[in-house]
Write a protein that binds this ligand. Structure first.
Ligand code: ATP
Length: 332
């Protein structure tokens, strides 16, 4: 499979301070690749190296088969870029600004700009200085998508957008992918990336700490579950649940002959279903996997914010707890 982007041992120093410490990743052509990481992790710096806005200190970068340092305007025209911070000229309308960008980026299909603006709910005839943060972001998105580039590099694309517009943006990403375009985007949060991305990379302190397929993350992700049952003691129900592989953080509440248990489950649900089938269930909730929680565990060292929750909390008249550590996805 051809790669639209690849980096090998990419490092970047600002002065004496190294902010990228050997970043390695590759993005398959025609896929959506999301890079997530906290503030200052190096997402924008990585993107700027891909676009030759800044130069790497060492390492190799290939974008659409070319070294960005040698690709020049011809390579830039094949890319749509949404910068993290947009600097817009104040005295022109959005429409005028986009026609200026069109002269640089290359031909735009007739009607395309108006169609994108309408989808995002952007008034192109307003002066850019009068636009709100969200509307500036929409203008940036139209600019990036308008010439249907082979590669879209989008730095925090949904920043400032309201939820409905975010949904529209996600639809635009899916359509671009269907048309064979490659999308490389960044975010602070996985919940956003997981909606569109095939693959997610986690960047922390200038290093890629994990690259996972979103479907793989889903399989290994932590789900929350809760059920009530009768005809069993809290102790026995806790023991039954605690013996299921991947179950952790068991809490047991026993009241008036009914036991209510909550826990987390990492991994396959079949062993859980088998164990629960032996109970007289009154109620059962198995939530959607919380990918955010799985990734927070990858991010964090023990004791840091975002570390896995501490041991089980116990409540109820007669409570017993059984706990196994939540299985963690290994960082590749
Ligand atoms: N031009 C620069 N000069 C000096 N340091 C810089 C420069 N640009 C970025 N940095 C530093 O490099 C590190 C990575 O910054 P970068 O903007 O790439 O992070 P980020 O992951 O995009 O963060 P955010 O989510 O806050 O946008 C930060 O510590 C930042 O202060």
């Amino acid at each position: 499979m051809a790669h639209a982007i690849s980096t090998r041992s990419l490092t970047k120093k600002f002065g004496r301070r190294e902010v990228l410490h050997g970043v390695d990743f590759s993005v398959e052509a025609g896929s959506v690749f999301g890079v997530i990481g906290p503030n200052g992790a190096g997402k924008t710096t990585t993107m700027r190296c891909l676009l030759d806005i800044i130069r790497p200190t060492s390492g190799e970068v290939r974008v659409l088969g070319k070294d960005p340092r040698q690709g020049g305007p011809e390579l830039r025209r094949r890319i749509g870029y949404l910068p993290g911070e947009l600097f817009l000229e104040g005295r022109v309308t959005g429409r005028k600004l986009l026609s200026h960008y069109e002269a640089i980026s290359g031909p735009v299909a007739p009607g395309r700009i108006d169609a994108l603006a309408e989808r995002l709910g952007l008034d192109l005839d307003r002066h850019t200085r009068k636009l709100s943060k969200g509307n500036k972001q929409k203008l940036g998105l139209v600019q990036a998508f308008m010439h249907s580039p082979e590669l879209l590099v989008l730095d925090e694309p949904t920043s400032g957008l309201d939820p409905l517009v975010q949904q529209e943006f996600h639809a635009m990403v899916r359509e671009a992918r269907q048309q064979g375009q490659t999308i490389f985007l960044s975010s602070h949060v996985l919940s956003e990336v997981q909606q569109t991305a095939d693959t997610v990379a986690i960047l922390r302190d200038g290093k890629i700490i994990a690259v996972e397929s979103v479907s793989g993350l889903r399989e290994g992700a932590v789900r929350h579950l809760r059920f009530s049952a009768t005809g069993i003691t809290g102790h026995d129900a806790g023991a039954l649940l605690g013996a299921v592989p991947g179950v952790g953080h068991v809490e047991v509440l026993e009241s008036n002959g009914t036991v209510t248990l909550s826990a987390t489950l990492a991994g396959a649900i079949q062993p859980l279903v088998k164990a629960l089938s032996t109970l007289q269930l009154k109620d059962l909730v198995l939530e959607e996997p919380d990918l955010e929680e799985s990734v927070l565990q990858m991010y964090s060292s023990p004791g840091e914010p975002g570390s896995p929750p501490p041991g089980p909390r116990v409540s109820g008249h007669r409570a017993s707890t059984h706990r196994k550590p939540v299985q963690q996805e290994s960082a590749k």
